[in-house]
Ligand binder design. Structure first.
Ligand code: GH3
Ligand code: MG
Ligand code: MG
Length: 457
């Protein structure tokens, strides 16, 4: 689950911010900044982790983003903090130059120039880890599902028949309700729920699935600028575009990619234990769960390379297939096999062969996107699963990997190459059919002379 979490978040960030452009302002834009250095912007007080108040300070992802834009453009942001209806109305009435956290909708275009999104809000289904037999949204039939009044995706949830929706006022209230068993599941945006889970050490709450009720909808966070102010819009957009991937990763690590395996805060636990005996029971339960998790960790990794083993890979592929089937979400499967690997064993011995496999495993995991999975499928064969990637992008990704391996100086054996078979999910695929297609592509790559990537769709 931890993986799914971080993967979804980083996937979304990476896909939005793949390239940084240098900031080049036109003369007109420079003059504008000189004349209008201060920009009023509406921001929310309770929208963790994007914009919220902590220890009387306004902090969050969006504040850091604005700070970078400010340092690059010279603009200064005069932040007006208020709940959404208030800042939205002020923006609509042209009382604010800008607004943050605005999602694209057509009807707002009359008065809004949108920047490109800096974040897509992933909404997920959360359950407790003692929930039995979760199998997609449909298995929530008849169960109590909590959500918040007035969330932007509510009108879509209402269209899912047989969901018993229970409405809450605040994020804290709803996560608490799930923890206490008042509801069976909740559906809300991932970062906000994650923040509360961490704060309260509700480690028995897990996310199971991203909610994507409509592919065409754009549920994203952008900056909005008054439609009559095209110059300011282009300056802000340039500022956003010039943020490097590195800075973006830092920001996302700081605000969005929390670490599930962080040790439990024992001072916090102590207070709770004094509080209620019931809680002690549940903590013991949590510890047992954690131990179980550690044990199951062993059963999913390959001992030599520490990558996922074949069993886990098959499970992951099946999960991707299910998701793609349901939500029309693309993913690619890559199979690679080392070229003439038998020679390594024959010439240098099995131990050197093992070392090469470990080095390859490291190369693979270091050079993949955070969102990808890699495992050892068997012998000197590996599988990479790339969720959310389109056919047009996968070949370049794999080729860069192939070249990295071919250029790498391995200890003792010096040079080693690998061949790659690539395929993308097709509707109706099974575990066997998608692996077979990748395997056929790999076979072709070998037949064509090795050290190459072949796509088979
Ligand atoms: P090709 O380019 O056609 O893939 O040639 P190859 O020599 O790599 O292919 P082949 O499948 O004939 O040989 C694979 C070899 O990988 C055979 C086996 O000794 C070796 N191998 C498989 N698993 C391991 C392992 O865990 N450690 C070591 N050292 N060798 C392994
Ligand atoms: Mg081989
Ligand atoms: Mg082989």
């Amino acid at each position: 689950m931890k993986l799914l979490f971080t993967q979804l978040l980083s996937l979304i960030l990476i896909s939005i911010h793949s390239y940084a452009l240098p900031l080049v302002l036109s003369e007109q834009e420079k003059v504008y900044i000189q004349k209008n250095p201060i920009v009023t912007i509406g921001m929310m007080p309770q929208f963790a982790t994007f914009s919220y108040i902590k220890h009387e300070k306004n902090i969050g992802f969006e504040h850091d983003l604005l700070h970078i834009i400010s340092s690059k453009t010279g603009l200064q942001f005069d932040k007006k903090i208020g709940d959404w209806p208030k800042i939205y109305n002020a923006f609509k009435k042209s009382n604010l130059d800008m607004i943050s956290s605005i999602a694209y909708t057509d009807y707002r275009s009359d008065f809004t120039l949108y920047t490109t999104p800096y974040y897509n809000i992933p909404v997920a289904i959360f359950i407790r880890d003692d929930y039995e037999n979760y199998d997609g949204l449909k298995s929530l039939k008849g169960k109590k599902v909590g959500t918040i009044k007035n969330v932007f995706f509510l009108y879509k949830l209402k269209r899912v028949p047989e969901l018993k929706l229970v409405y809450y006022e605040s994020y804290e209230e709803i996560v608490n309700a799930l923890f206490l068993g008042e509801i069976d599941a909740l559906i809300l945006n991932i970062p906000s729920v994650q923040t509360i889970i961490k704060k309260r050490a509700y480690t028995n709450i897990i996310d199971v699935e991203r909610l994507t009720l409509s592919q065409s909808s754009q549920e994203d966070l952008r900056f909005g600028i008054q439609s009559k102010n095209a110059l300011l819009h282009s300056i802000i957009q340039k500022g956003l575009d010039s943020i490097s991937e590195e800075d973006y990763t830092k920001l996302s690590e700081k605000w969005l990619l929390s670490n599930y395996s962080k040790p439990i805060d024992y001072t916090f636990l102590f207070a709770i234990i004094l509080g209620t005996i019931v809680f002690i029971g549940s903590i013991l339960y949590l510890i047992m769960k954690k131990k179980n998790k550690e044990l199951s960790q062993l059963s999913i990794t390959d001992k030599l390379t520490n990558l996922y083993n074949r069993r886990k890979l098959e499970e992951l592929i099946q999960t991707e297939i299910n998701r793609s089937e349901r939500f029309n979400y693309p993913f690619a499967l890559v199979m690679l096999d080392l070229d003439y690997f038998k020679d390594v064993n024959d010439t240098h011995g099995h131990e050197v062969g093992d070392m090469v496999l470990i080095e390859i495993a490291n190369l693979l995991s270091e050079n993949l996107r955070k969102t990808d999975f890699v495992g050892r499928f068997g012998g000197e064969e590996f599988i990479i699963i790339c969720p959310g990637i389109h056919e047009s992008q996968i070949y370049a990704l794999v080729e860069s990997l192939r070249i990295k391996i071919a250029d790498h100086k391995f200890e003792i054996v010096d040079n080693k190459t690998a061949s790659f078979g690539i395929t993308s999910f097709i509707k109706g695929d099974t575990l066997q059919s998608i692996i077979k297609r990748a395997d056929n592509a790999l076979y072709e790559a070998k037949n064509n002379g090795r050290n190459q990537s072949i796509i088979n769709n």
